[in-house]
Design a protein around this ligand. Structure first.
Ligand code: FAD
Ligand code: NAD
Length: 451
């Protein structure tokens, strides 16, 4: 049986851990798929490359309100798809070569524990002083009757299709539904979203989620409180039957995209044999320093937490890197704040408490909502639907939460996030900082000044 100093399972955020300080160790990487994991190959990066392209189409259409009457030729999907993946696909081979040249053993089959700190990979077994388990997550496939009789897509496959479908049913109403409905709708697909909950993007502040649902309903057919009861093949591709409060709907479409959440890959790891404690959702249980229940085994990323966000997994990877190298000085990650953005149209960004969560926690708060149109830049944009919302603690005047829907939301939220993480008060961020005129950041300034 081979023995290593360090074995890393998964090359998403796990791969980022290895810097030159690990060069002296005998290291193996186990990765059954492409180096770079979900984010690079089938997640954040390619999806945002499609989103940016879709934004260009929507911006051209939306320019009418500025008096610019543009028309967009049908997009050349294959050329766009190949541009995206011609950037991404070569990175796998070069990453494997790079690691092997550094003397790291790369295994290309999945790892599975057979005993604590004993890993089976293909025909080989290996032990190590230190394991890092970063095996990520995968799409949940619901048990909708008939789903197994049709050729449905998930986010793993949808970005590599050959043609833009004329119509698509999107099952789910979360991040992936919001982003891909925008992409395919901009490229000419007639999209129907079937969402189980009463609104799209249910985890957002209710005001944001309500506004987004209204706006998405102008572009797509949106059925909320919908339960897909059956799926069957049909002449056009797929037929989905759903029960909604107003009755039963039968939707015909060329393609079905399933995006109802993601689950950790820990079920394929035989965590129990490895002695790794799992929670009720299948996440590996770690302490705040990312130690698992087995000494010398660390966990990070989607396999251990609910955030399912790359910047969180990256931050955890940095903490684990430090902790392996400095066991006498263990660090934790302050992850009370897990900001996120949804790269749909319009963009959405959020950090901290939503208003409904503040109410649920009986947390006193002051709230301010500022429309983009109240600022010079928003006015110039002829914007009528975007806003920034900030919740603050009325006693110590720190910021409890911030939620933005509108152009550049993911960037605009950053000063608020900074303030929250650094513990600044509303007054410090509103009055002790200058905001460039007439930039969109003035909407943040105004929302703060109102508190
Ligand atoms: C379509 C989409 C868009 C997204 N967009 C964003 C975004 O804009 N911003 C954001 O913050 N997040 C986004 N995410 C989420 C983000 O991609 C994940 O949170 C992040 O990639 C998790 O990183 P990870 O290292 O934990 O797991 P992964 O990147 O999934 O890496 C896990 C790796 O482990 C490997 N593996 C699995 N099983 C085994 C095994 N048994 N043995 C060894 N290796 C194994 C897998 O092949 C994989 O390469 C998106 C996700 C999707 C699906
Ligand atoms: N911009 C980003 O950061 C980004 C982008 C894409 C994905 N992600 C990550 O990937 C994760 C997975 O995304 P997702 O969109 O698959 O999940 P999600 O958890 O965001 O949303 C799933 C949605 O599907 C609905 N749903 C569940 N079961 C259903 C069913 N049977 N029928 C109809 N609707 C159903 C839920 O009500 C929920 O609204 C996200 O949680 C997110 O963390 C992040």
């Amino acid at each position: 049986m081979r023995h290593y100093d360090l074995v890393i399972l998964g090359t998403g955020s796990g791969n980022m851990l290895l810097n030159e300080e690990f060069d002296h160790l005998r290291t193996a990487i186990v990765e059954p798929d492409r180096f770079g994991g979900t984010c690079l190959n089938r997640g954040c990066i390619p999806s945002k490359m499609f989103v940016i392209t879709a934004d260009a189409v929507e911006d051209a259409h939306a320019a009418t309100r500025l008096g610019v009457h543009a028309s967009v030729e049908p997009v050349n999907w294959k050329a766009i798809r190949d541009r995206v993946f011609d950037h991404i696909d070569p990175l796998h081979e070069s990453a494997v070569d790079y690691r092997r040249k550094k003397g790291i053993d790369v295994y290309t089959e999945p790892g599975r524990f057979v005993a604590p700190k004993v890993l089976q990979v293909g025909d080989e077994q290996m032990t190590a002083d230190t394991f890092v388990v970063a095996v990520g997550s995968r799409p949940v496939i619901p048990d909708t009757p008939g789903l197994d009789t049709v050729a449905y897509h998930t986010s793993d496959t949808i970005m590599r299709i050959d043609e833009v479908p004329p119509s698509m049913v999107v099952l789910g109403g979360g991040f992936i539904a919001a982003e891909f409905s925008h992409v395919f709708s901009a490229f000419g697909t007639d999209v129907t979203i079937l969402q189980r909950g009463p609104r799209l993007l249910m985890a957002e502040d209710e005001q944001v989620s309500t506004r987004f649902t209204e706006l998405a309903s102008r572009r797509h057919r949106v059925l909320v409180n919908a339960k897909a009861t059956s799926v069957a093949p049909s002449e056009s591709g797929v037929q989905v039957t759903a029960t909604c409060p107003d009755g039963t709907h039968t939707i015909e479409a060329a393609m079905l995209l399933v995006c109802v959440g993601r689950r950790p890959n820990t079920d394929r790891l035989d965590a129990a044999a490895g002695g790794l404690e799992l929670d009720e959702h299948g996440h590996i249980v770690t302490d705040s320093t990312y130690r698992t229940s087995v000494e010398g085994v660390w966990g990070l990323g989607d396999a251990v937490n609910h955030f399912q966000l790359k910047h969180m997994a990256n931050a955890e990877s940095r903490v684990v890197q430090h902790n392996i190298l400095h066991p006498e000085d263990l660090r934790t990650l302050s992850n009370e704040l897990a900001p996120h953005a949804v790269f749909t149209n319009p963009q959405i960004a959020s950090v901290g408490l939503t208003e409904q969560e503040a109410r649920r926690r009986q947390q006193d708060y002051r709230v301010s909502v500022r429309d983009y149109s109240a600022t010079a830049y928003g006015w110039a944009l002829e914007d009528t639907t975007s806003f920034a919302k900030v919740l603050a603690n009325p006693v110590d005047r720190t910021i409890l939460g911030a939620h933005i829907i509108g152009p550049q939301a993911a960037t605009l939220i950053q000063p608020l996030l900074q303030a929250m993480m650094l513990g600044s008060t509303v007054d410090q961020v509103a009055r002790d900082v200058l905001y460039i005129h007439p930039a969109l950041t003035e909407v943040v300034e105004q929302a703060l000044l109102d508190l």
